[in-house]
Design a protein. Structure first.
Length: 297
């Protein structure tokens, strides 16, 4: 692979680890565009296929990054004598796992029927959800950790299953969806929602990545020349290594910074991130449909 592509992925991986562990998201809005650019420019991957491989690889990278971030967050919580909300986590994350496979299967069926349109549709849906998440973060009142209530198994399970479907139908790690769901609908304070979101991504993204690899392999057998080297279905080993290693290392820094920010300011920062991601994906999707250069970086 071109040295420039490797450099871009290493830089992206460093940012992914920091942002992911700070905000409790997968940071796909950083690594997915970089991977799509590298696949298309340096490896001659078709534009309709590059997003699918980027999404699948993104989910695989999320797993070790999330593990690193969760371990650091638990250490920070312990120092403040705060317990990780295990019951809330399990009642939400286990259904996410089932939803992850379901969403991945839906994405494969859509791609099989509409190869060129699928990537654009997935990115646009993702962008719209990000704008909704930004609205909720700006509108909702910050919750105190002391206000955390016992989980409702039915409510947490339903939201978890639905979140897993949406996240892995779109092809992302899921944190960008889990965070507003955990904080807004399940009423988990933001500084606890972050580690719960990261821990949930370990389950959801593991299943999602495996599903994208297997289902993408079915297409790769039929169109092998469309896929970049060292790909297994919608997973690429080169991108996984170049982004994943610096991402795992930098995920140790984000939690330290996150626990120094007040809940109110934290929610504003999250909203800003979501607004940028949402508009970026929607506008770039429109530009792609119209066949014009992207108007937003």
């Amino acid at each position: 692979m071109d040295p420039l592509a490797i450099f871009l992925m290493l830089v992206a991986g460093s940012l992914v680890g920091l942002v992911s562990s700070f905000f409790g998201v997968g940071a796909c809005f950083i690594m997915v565009p970089v991977m799509i650019y590298c696949f298309e420019r340096f490896l001659n991957t078709p534009s309709y296929l590059a997003p699918l491989i980027a999404f699948g690889t993104n989910m695989a990278i999320v797993v070790p990054t999330a593990v690193s971030g969760v371990l650091r967050h638990k250490k920070e919580l312990k120092a403040r004598r705060i317990s990780f909300p295990m019951k809330h986590y399990l009642s939400f994350a286990v259904p996410v796992g089932f939803g992850s496979f379901t969403g991945s299967l839906f994405a494969f069926l859509l791609f099989s029927s509409f190869r060129k349109e699928a990537g654009i549709l997935l990115k646009t849906i993702f962008g719209l959800f990000c704008l909704f998440g930004a609205y909720r973060f700006m509108k909702a009142k910050p919750l105190k950790i002391s206000e955390l209530k016992p989980p409702s198994l039915i409510k947490h399970s339903l939201f978890g299953f639905a979140s897993g479907i949406l996240a892995h139908f779109i092809g992302i790690g899921g944190g960008i969806i889990y965070m507003p769901v955990l904080n807004t609908f399940l009423r988990i304070p933001v500084h606890l929602a972050v580690p719960v979101s990261l821990a949930t991504m370990i389950i959801g993204s593991s299943i999602g990545a495996a599903s994208f690899g297997f289902l993408g392999r079915l297409d790769q057998v039929l169109h092998p020349s469309d896929y970049p080297p060292l790909s297994w279905g919608w997973l690429n080993l080169v991108a996984f290594v170049c982004i994943g290693i610096p991402s795992v290392l930098m995920a140790q820094i984000g939690p330290k910074l996150a626990h120094k920010v007040s809940p109110k300011r934290f929610k504003i920062l999250l909203a800003v991130v979501y607004i940028y991601i949402g508009f970026r994906l929607i506008i770039r999707g429109i530009c792609q449909i119209q066949g014009i250069p992207p108007l937003i970086p």
